[in-house]
Write a protein that binds this ligand. Structure first.
Ligand SMILES: [Zn+2]
Length: 170
């Protein structure tokens, strides 16, 4: 995402000259790097079904989503994934392995903000039933052949395809 003002002196910034390039401040020289925002989430599976949440907030309110979210400063992605799942579903999970890292835009094809999304495979620590909370309005388990046709974010189709590919291997 392009910045409009310098974070150090408040001066106006010119747009970056290269795609995704940095924006130096012409007044004080401070460089403004444009990074993707780090996010973490997990495919939580039980008995071959995956846990999805329906979004209660924009963007993509009411779309199905994989539990996860933005990392806090200094937070390890593993801790962030467990925290987000607990907040949205009430479930405590064990992260089994890293599924992959996926790039996306936050808010659709034309959004300026990029995200870097770390995903894990996870399983619940106990038999507790999930409850939708925080920024989730509904929650459900889905079999691999009953997944929602449309997910909130483009990269989530790839994440679920990776999960299905793992299921076929086992
Ligand atoms: Zn400046």
């Amino acid at each position: 995402m392009q910045r409009k003002f310098c974070s150090a002196c408040g001066g106006a910034l010119a747009p970056a000259t290269e795609p995704h390039g940095s924006q130096p401040c012409a007044s004080c020289g401070t460089e403004h790097f444009r990074n993707s925002k780090p996010c973490a989430g997990a495919v939580v599976a039980r008995g071959g079904r995956v846990l999805l949440v329906r979004r209660a907030i924009e963007p993509f309110k009411d779309h199905w989503d994989i539990p996860g979210g933005f990392l806090h400063e200094a937070e390890h992605p593993e801790d962030g994934a467990r925290r987000e799942i607990l907040e949205e579903t009430g479930l405590r999970v064990r992260l089994v392995e890293t599924l992959g890292i996926y790039m996306d835009r936050y808010g659709g094809e034309d959004a300026e903000e990029w995200t870097l999304n770390v995903y894990y495979l996870a399983e619940p620590l106990d038999d507790a039933e999930p409850r939708a909370a925080d920024d989730a309005s509904e929650i459900a388990w889905f079999a691999p052949d009953e997944l929602p046709a449309e997910m909130a974010f483009n990269h989530e189709r790839e994440v679920l395809a990776a999960w299905r590919a793992r299921l076929r291997q086992t």
